[in-house]
Design a protein around this ligand. Structure first.
Ligand SMILES: [Zn+2]
Length: 202
């Protein structure tokens, strides 16, 4: 009975992961059960290391071992441009293209407040504070082409344009409805190059 409890507990923990339903969690749990103890420990330790040693950059929310990430602290970046992303995973894909040399701001989700709610997520408040300090001339919105991503883009445009900063939206050679992180490099480069300034919202 106790052993069954331990196994079910592992399944419960695995279902907490995004995209893992009960069936997949069971499959993973059986797979883990068949692993050697050293293989299983490697996975466990990797999870602990991430939580122990990594955090979000205090400026841009990128994943970093330091307080400020290597992009924010690099003297080689174009500090006048800020690219807005939903997730840190997309940053790595854009960096791989080598096309973009500016800075980033990661929202950690598509998070325009719901109608009737005034408070924006902390990452949006941080962004506005950052922009108010000056020095940034263009904000490029690269939220996903989903309903949530689009409404976040519109919400941010309304907040940023009054600060006198140019706001552009990346073009979508990327299929509508999918996350940017699944786009191929060529589409991503094209969409960055083809970005358009968003007309002043009234
Ligand atoms: Zn950073």
């Amino acid at each position: 009975m106790k052993q069954q409890g331990i196994f079910d507990h592992l399944i419960d923990q695995l279902t907490a992961l995004p995209g893992v339903g009960r069936k997949s969690a069971q499959r993973l749990a059986f797979f883990i059960l068949k692993m050697t103890i050293s293989e299983a420990k490697k996975i466990g330790q990797a999870i602990i290391d991430v939580k122990d040693q990594l955090a979000f950059c205090q400026i841009c929310n990128n994943i970093t071992e330091y307080e400020i990430c290597t992009i924010c602290s690099s003297p080689k970046r174009d500090t006048q441009k800020v690219l807005i992303l939903e997730e840190p995973s997309t940053l790595h894909i854009i960096e791989q293209t080598g096309e973009y040399k500016g800075l980033y701001h990661i929202l950690l989700g598509a998070i325009a407040p719901l109608p009737g709610h005034k408070t924006a997520a902390p990452s949006i408040q941080n962004l506005i504070e950052r922009l108010k300090k000056g020095g940034i001339t263009e904000v490029i919105l690269a939220t996903n082409p989903t309903i949530e991503g689009e409404s976040t883009a519109i919400y941010l445009t309304r907040l940023i344009q009054p600060l006198g900063i140019k706001v552009s939206r990346i073009a979508f050679g990327i299929p509508v409805g999918i996350d940017i992180e699944y786009a191929d490099e060529v589409s991503l480069v094209k969409s960055l190059q083809g970005r358009r300034e968003i007309e002043k919202l009234s």
